[in-house]
Write a protein of this length. Structure first.
Length: 241
């Protein structure tokens, strides 16, 4: 019984071997790939539980591979980056990578990040709706969300602009109506790593969103607190163009 199957994609054989040996010693099955072509061949045989992916490689680079993976799979991705690649790290997270680690790295830290990402992603509930980004509007309760403009419109056609963080949190709730979500799940689904959101800031963000959507902030009916667990969005959601 192993803890999971990890693909390690790096053009440096010594990094692949050392990383693979360390993860094997800690209960993971590992498979190596030296570049994007090798990885594409691997995933035709099956997907792993997580991919450790180097950004700087000859041929197809890690960002291109990350984009391909995110368009075709939900497999978790941890990027390996050089110290000078801050822009690439940001782009990688925007493309949907789950985390990143700067080279040279301590294998113990990589192990901790792998375990953390797997805990988050394996516990996420399935979305009950298609991704809202493919629609123009979402309606719930007395509200209509203009998805492209990122504005809330009430029953009197009055618009309220959402901040980026508020919109990302609301979009998570709209994709998971009537599902209990804990703070770690909200953080992962919102994917707002650049904002450095933590448990307490999620609570603050929920409070800000409640001020905009709730009729009575002291008795929230849409975004309800589940003590000890997190929050639930108690509304039916309709998506349309």
């Amino acid at each position: 019984m192993h803890n999971g199957h990890i693909y390690i994609v790096d053009d440096h054989k010594d990094i692949r071997d050392l990383t693979g040996r360390y993860l094997k010693d800690h209960g993971f099955k590992t498979t190596m790939a030296e570049d994007g072509r090798a990885l594409r061949a691997l995933i035709k045989t099956g997907l792993p539980d997580l991919i450790v992916l180097d950004i700087m490689m000859p041929g197809e680079d890690g960002l291109s591979i990350c984009r391909f993976l995110r368009e075709t799979t939900d497999v978790p991705i941890i990027l390996l980056t050089a110290m000078a690649e801050e822009t690439d790290r940001i782009v990688g997270l925007e493309m949907g990578a789950d985390d990143y680690l700067v080279k040279p790295f301590n294998p113990r830290e990589l192990l901790a990040r792998i375990k953390s990402v797997l805990r988050r992603t394996q516990s996420l509930p399935p979305s009950k709706l298609q991704d809202i980004e493919t629609s123009n509007f979402a309606s719930f309760d007395r509200w209509k969300l203009d998805i492209k403009a990122r504005e809330l419109v009430d029953e009197n056609d009055i618009s309220y602009v959402l901040s980026t963080a508020e919109y990302m949190l609301l979009s998570v709730f709209l994709r998971h109506p009537n599902q209990a979500l804990n703070r770690d799940q909200l953080l992962d689904l919102a994917r707002d790593r650049e904002a450095q959101l933590f448990d307490r800031s999620i609570d603050n963000l929920v409070s800000r969103l409640r001020r905009k959507v709730e009729t009575d902030i002291k008795k929230p009916e849409l975004i309800k607190t589940i003590w000890g667990k997190g929050y639930i969005f108690s509304a039916d959601v309709e998506l349309y163009s």
